[in-house]
Design a protein around this ligand. Structure first.
Ligand code: URP
Ligand code: ZN
Ligand code: ZN
Ligand code: ZN
Length: 466
């Protein structure tokens, strides 16, 4: 047995902050005790980590990533190996990635492919959601089997007609199924049929630059789809999780639903909290770096997102990490914004950006840990194995230096992508050491992990239901 002791830090969970020593045996946290207590003084260990002046926080859970994801005729640039290594650098010890069912495939085929892509590749633990692109009798039955084996959430798209799109009837059927089997429907809420009309009109009028991606994907069409998804979920009696919420009007729909006591949840992402349509308008096609869907919004929307996070109308911040290199990938859309692969890198930056939000006064320290660790764990059936620091939990622990200063840059990041969406942004705070099930994968800013350390984690059902 290997014993690790983390001494003298401020242990921060979603529930409390305490000066405590944390005792780890092999892969599990076994005890916490006040740092100056006689009890803690009696502990011995093979390795002692001095966390004086640092935070001791649960490893981050990024519940929305796309490694090696097919989009627009190309694949996202991070493999499971490079993407989970970057996650470790950024203090994230679990990712939940989206396995893809393409049209005509069984869910099983898509899931098998995702296991093949990730087996023995990951530096940190990982789990899967399933993207449904083809809701039919067969795939509805398969949903039950997947819930039984720990793939307990299913993403549907109201956007991307002809690719991932489901119509309202298919959505209702999938929701009815999940109401019966305990699964959670995750919705990409944008009216894709209407958006495609606006895309066609924009291109016909010569409006081809990246910024028009933001203009045609209107906030009203996000709000309308969010509203429609919520009503369909009510009809089905199913819980609902809206992914990548970006518009104030969509937050308002969530607020209305939650005020009624409905099991409707929302996620936003750092790009919507820190970036805006100003980035999409950057000259020389640089705006393509910021093309993702839902799109970046005018800066005025950010305050509604922060308010939603503070007030629990939004529960989770994940990255929607879906990196495409500027050279050779984003460039596919020169002269036609609709051909720019949708997605942005971020898995490495999330914990730091959200710590900066603590420094900036948007959220409290405990809320930081809630939206980045505890809430995603509860939302996706991983709690309390993941998402907290408590006896019995996996020893996924980050030693975080809240005073270190750093500058985000593609020159120093570890994601396999040739730009940073946050290039030059100054951050107060830095991940120093990361334990994944008791093993250091980052040790005082040295990468000590390996591909294959990370394990597949079957999940339980949503633990957030009222
Ligand atoms: O632009 C994005 N978000 N790309 C990834 C696919 C999705 O819709 O989440
Ligand atoms: Zn989406
Ligand atoms: Zn996504
Ligand atoms: Zn604010």
């Amino acid at each position: 047995m290997t014993r690790t002791l983390i001494e003298g830090g401020l242990v921060v969970t979603a529930a409390e902050e305490t000066r405590a020593d944390v005792l780890i045996e092999d892969e599990k946290i076994v005890a916490l005790a006040a740092s100056d207590s006689a009890y803690a003084a009696g502990w011995t260990a093979d390795r002692t980590i001095d966390a004086t002046g640092k935070y001791v926080i649960p490893g981050g859970i990024d519940a929305h990533t796309h490694m090696d994801f097919p989009f627009g005729g190309t694949f996202s640039a991070d493999s499971f190996e490079t993407g989970t290594r970057a996650a470790a650098w950024g203090g994230t010890t679990t990712i939940v990635d989206f396995a893809v069912q393409t049209r005509g495939q069984a869910l099983r085929e898509g899931l098998d492919l995702w296991h093949a892509k990730s087996d023995a590749q990951c530096a940190v633990d990982y789990a899967f959601h399933m993207i449904l692109s083809d809701v039919n009798e067969g795939t509805l039955k398969e949903m039950d089997l997947l819930v039984g084996e720990g793939v307990t959430s299913f993403k549907l798209f109201m956007a991307y007609p002809g690719v991932f799109y489901s119509d309202d009837g298919q959505i209702l059927r999938a929701m009815q199924r999940s109401a019966g089997n305990g699964g959670l429907i995750m919705m990409h809420a944008e009216n894709g049929i209407a958006i495609d009309v606006l895309v066609e009109q924009a291109l016909a009028e010569g409006r081809t630059d990246p910024r028009y991606h933001g203009e045609v994907r209107k906030t009203l069409l996000e709000a309308e789809a969010t509203h429609r998804a919520i009503q369909l979920a009510r009809v089905a009696g199913a819980p609902l999780y809206i992914v990548h919420v970006s518009a104030e009007e969509a937050v308002a729909e969530l607020t209305l639903a939650r005020d009624k006591g409905l099991n409707v949840f929302g996620e936003t992402c750092p790009q919507y909290l820190f970036l805006s349509t100003d980035n999409l308008a950057e000259p020389d096609f640089e705006g393509a770096k910021y093309v993702c869907s839902t799109p970046l919004r005018p800066r005025e929307h950010q305050e509604a997102l922060w308010r939603g996070l503070r007030g629990d109308d939004l529960q989770v911040v994940s990255t929607d990490h879906c990196p495409f290199c500027f050279t050779g990938q984003k460039e596919l859309g020169r002269g036609d914004f609709s051909k720019i692969p949708n997605g942005m890198p971020g898995v490495e930056n999330r914990m730091d950006l959200l710590h900066q939000a603590v420094v900036d006064g948007h959220i409290s320290r405990r809320r930081w840990i809630d939206i980045a660790c505890a809430a995603p764990a509860r939302m996706f059936g991983l709690y309390p194995k993941k998402g907290t620091i408590a006896p019995g939990a996996d020893a996924d622990v980050v030693i975080y230096d809240p005073h270190a200063e750093q500058t985000i840059s593609a020159a120093t990041h570890h994601m396999n992508v040739d730009y940073s969406a946050y290039e030059g942004k100054r951050i107060t705070g830095r991940v120093e050491t990361v334990l994944s099930r008791g093993t250091a994968v980052l040790d005082q800013r040295q990468f000590t992990g390996r591909a294959g350390h990370g394990r597949y984690v079957p999940r339980g059902t949503c633990q957030y239901l009222t």
